[in-house]
Design a protein around this ligand. Structure first.
Ligand SMILES: [Zn+2]
Ligand SMILES: [Zn+2]
Ligand SMILES: [Zn+2]
Ligand SMILES: [Zn+2]
Length: 284
């Protein structure tokens, strides 16, 4: 089932407000406060459509008051998300003590919680990334044990090496790279971006706030990023992907609840994309 393409107005609003939607993935579900009727009254659901050529099961009806109605929906959704984000932020300390580079910023308990997901994307989903690269596919079969290897230990094939849980690993800086050179130049920094995405998916907000309190974390470079800046590469590997996917899924799933003929909700509760690391342009 193809997800509803985000309406340009929603997309624009989301982009404009992206700094305020930082915590969308963990925003508390508040279906009653979002005027879903304003959205779904403008949609029709067609179960027959095959998901080919960008066609979708949900389509706009293009009624005369569509723009007005969607604007109202978007404005309301933005304010609910903002309120939820602010409320969630208040449950964490205002300031964090800046970690030193040797500090293990992903503690054992958090590491255990994110390990299965890290293992999943390292075993199956990191498409296109050379298995020769040290950050690529792991052959780790021990899924649920924490790594205790020293930094340069060649025996470490763990999905989440101990050194990747230290502050130092999150201080790798983005460098602009030539075509086909993303992994050699930025692969290691990208690995920790994927760890950050995983933390976000798992709702480990405190850990992220602690890491981001370090002034040398350069994730503004990674908000919206591409494998290289040629015309062939899309900006589809940044941190923004997680927010876009979360927002799109949230809106689509809630919209579909209003169409009883769509009896296949289980179909949609498929695994969310674990990683956006679909690196088509990386030399194998
Ligand atoms: Zn596995
Ligand atoms: Zn290890
Ligand atoms: Zn290029
Ligand atoms: Zn390229």
């Amino acid at each position: 089932m193809r997800l509803l393409q985000l309406h340009p107005q929603i997309r624009a609003a989301a982009r404009w407000k992206h700094s305020r939607i930082r915590t969308i993935s963990t925003a508390i579900h508040q279906p009653d406060r979002v005027p879903w009727k304003a959205l779904v009254s403008n949609l029709q659901y067609d179960p027959q459509i095959e998901c080919k050529n960008g066609r979708a099961n949900l389509k706009f009806r293009f009624q005369h008051d569509q723009g007005e109605s969607l604007n109202y929906f978007v404005d309301s959704l933005i304010s609910v998300i903002n309120e939820q984000a602010d409320e969630l932020r208040r449950t964490f300390p205002n300031n964090y003590e800046i970690p030193s580079s040797d500090d293990v910023v992903i503690g054992d308990e958090v590491a255990m919680r994110i390990l299965p997901l890290v293992h999943t994307w390292r075993s199956h989903c990191w498409n296109g990334i050379s298995d020769k690269h040290e950050m690529g596919i792991t052959n780790d079969t021990v899924e649920l044990e924490l790594c205790s290897h020293e930094e340069h230990d060649k025996d470490c094939k763990c999905s989440l090496p101990l050194k990747e849980r230290k502050m130092e690993a999150f201080l790798r800086q983005y460098e602009e790279n030539d075509c086909y050179c993303f992994m050699p130049v930025n692969g290691e920094a990208f690995f920790n971006l994927e760890i950050t995405k995983t933390l976000l998916i798992q709702g480990e907000i405190g850990t992220i706030l602690n890491i981001f309190s370090h002034p040398d974390v350069d994730y503004s470079e990674w908000w919206n990023q591409a494998e290289c800046h040629c015309n062939a590469c899309e900006f589809n590997i940044g941190l923004d992907q997680i927010y876009n996917m979360a927002l799109r899924s949230y809106i689509t799933l809630n919209a579909l609840l209003h169409f009883p003929s769509c009896g296949t909700m289980h179909y949609l509760i498929q695994k969310m994309p674990m990683t956006t690391g679909n690196l088509s342009h990386t030399k194998r």
